[in-house]
Write a protein that binds this ligand. Structure first.
Ligand code: NDP
Ligand code: GDP
Length: 340
C-alpha cells in the first residue's frame, strides 16, 4: 500500500525537496499552500515533479480549510513546513506571523487530534529559537531565547508539538533545523541574495549589492540533505526532537568571500561600520555596500548546532560543506540565469 503524505508549504524550498524525496520513496504526495489557483510552482517544475503532486489550497489561518483537507484524504504522515518564514518580515508583520507560523501549527494539531491521532506529524522548528544563544554550541537541551516574532512563533509551535505528543500520545516531532540553503532558497534570504547579486554585477545588470549585518554567523547546510532528516524522524519507533546542523559556523562576510573567490573576482574590504565596503580590484568599483535598512531591530549573532543526537539515532550526517554549497548554488543559478 502506498503511503500518503501531506506537505504544507509545498511551494517552498524544503517542500520541493521533500516532495522529490517522498515521490522517490513511492509516497502519494498531497501538497498545500495558500493559493493553488496561482501556485508559485517554479521549484517543483525545476525538479520535474510538478505533475506528480496533488495540489490543495489550505490557508493556515482558517481552521475550516485545514479540516476540509484532512477530511478529504487519509494521511499517514504530515510534514508541516508552511510558515511566514522570513525573520525580517516578522518584525513588520508580527501578528500575521504569529497567526500563521505559531497558531497555524495548532490548527493542524487540533485537526489531527480530532480526525485521526495516529497520523505522524513533523514540525519545522528552527535554530532561530535559540536566538541570543545561551550556549556557544546549541543542541536539543539548550534553553531557548528567541529574538524575533518569527522565532517566538516557532517556540510556540515547538512547545505545542511537544505538548500534543505528551498529552494525546500523538507521534509528533520537531526538527530543530539550522539554516539550510540551496538553489531553491527564497531570494530574500542572504545566501541566495548574495549569489544573485554578484551574478548581476558580473553581467553588468547592477553596480553593487546592499546588505545589512555582515558579522552575524550562521551554521549553513544543504537543504536537500536536511529534508532527509525530516523523513527519518518520522520513521523512528518513538517520536523525539532533533537538532539538524553542520556544526560549522561562518559570518556573512566569509560567505561573501567564498562566493567571490569561486567566481574568480579579486576584491578587498575597506572601511568600518556602516562605511564598510567591498571593492572590485579589477576596476575599483564598489560592489558591496551596507544599507541599515537591512539591519534587524534585534539580531541573532551566532548559531552553531550540535547534531550528535541525529547522527547517532537517525544515522544522519551533513555531507556538503559551505564552499561546496556555494558552488552548487552558483552553478545552478548560472544555468537558469536567463530569467534575470
Ligand atoms: P519557504 O519560505 O521557502 O516556504 C514557506 C512555505 O509556506 C511556502 O510554500 C509558502 O507559500 C507557505 N506559506 C506561507 N504563508 C502561508 C499561509 N498563510 N498559508 C499557507 N501556506 C503559507 O520556507 P523553507 O522551505 O525554507 O522552510 C520550510 C519550513 O522550515 C518553514 O516553516 C521555515 O520557517 C522552517 N525553517 C527553515 C529553515 C531554513 O533555513 N530554510 C531553518 C529552520 C526552519 P507561498 O508560496 O504562498 O508563499
Ligand atoms: P535567518 O537566519 O533566517 O534570518 O536567515 P537570513 O538569510 O534572512 O539572514 C541571515 C543573517 O544574514 C541575519 O543575521 C541577517 O541579519 C544577515 N543579513 C545581512 N544582510 C542581509 C540582507 O541583506 N538580507 C538578509 N536576509 N539577511 C542579511
Amino acid at each position: 500500500m502506498k503511503k500518503t503524505a501531506l506537505i504544507t508549504g509545498i511551494s517552498g524550498q524544503d517542500g520541493a525537496y521533500l516532495a522529490q524525496l517522498l515521490i522517490k520513496k513511492n509516497y502519494r504526495v498531497i501538497g498545500t499552500d495558500r493559493r493553488s489557483a496561482r501556485f508559485s510552482n517554479w521549484r517543483l517544475r525545476r525538479l520535474g515533479i510538478e505533475n506528480e503532486i496533488i495540489f490543495e489550497e489550505m490557508e493556515l489561518s482558517e481552521l475550516y480549510e485545514v479540516q476540509r483537507v484532512f477530511n478529504k484524504y487519509k494521511f499517514d504522515e504530515v510534514y508541516h513546513l508552511a510558515a511566514q518564514s522570513f525573520v525580517k518580515t516578522s518584525f513588520s508583520s508580527p501578528i500575521n506571523t504569529s497567526n500563521i507560523t505559531g497558531l497555524g501549527t495548532l490548527r493542524i494539531l487540533e485537526t489531527i487530534r480530532a480526525v485521526n491521532p495516529k497520523i505522524k506529524f513533523y514540525q519545522a522548528s528552527s535554530s532561530e529559537m535559540f536566538g541570543d544563544v545561551l550556549n556557544k554550541v546549541q543542541n536539543e537541551k539548550t534553553p531557548l531565547n528567541p529574538q524575533s516574532p518569527y522565532a517566538i512563533s516557532k517556540v510556540f509551535s515547538h512547545f505545542i508539538t511537544q505538548n500534543y505528543r505528551a498529552s494525546y500520545n500523538i507521534f509528533a516531532v520537531s526538527g530543530i533545523l539550522f539554516n539550510h540553503e540551496s538553489p531553491l532558497r527564497g531570494e530574500e534570504f542572504v545566501t541566495r541574495k548574495i549569489v544573485i547579486g554578484f551574478l548581476k554585477i558580473l553581467n553588468n545588470e547592477s553596480k553593487f549589492l546592499e546588505l545589512g549585518n555582515l558579522y552575524a554567523k550562521r551554521d549553513w547546510g544543504y537543504a536537500k540533505e536536511y529534508v532527509e532528516a525530516m523523513y527519518k524522524m518520522l520513521q523512528q519507533k518513538l517520536p523525539d526532537d532533533y537538532v539538524i546542523s553542520t556544526g560549522k559556523t561562518y559570518s556573512i562576510k566569509q560567505f561573501i568571500n567564498f562566493t567571490t573567490d569561486y567566481l574568480g573576482m579579486k576584491t578587498k574590504w575597506v572601511g568600518t561600520g556602516i562605511k564598510e565596503k567591498l571593492i572590485n580590484k579589477k576596476n575599483n568599483q564598489i560592489i558591496v555596500k551596507i544599507n541599515p535598512k537591512y539591519f534587524r531591530p534585534s539580531e541573532v549573532n551566532l548559531l552553531k548546532g550540535n547534531s550528535t543526537k541525529a547522527r547517532k539515532k537517525l544515522n544522519w550526517y551533513p555531507k556538503t560543506n559551505l564552499k561546496k554549497l556555494i558552488k552548487i548554488m552558483v552553478d545552478e543559478e548560472i544555468k537558469h540565469y536567463d530569467k534575470y
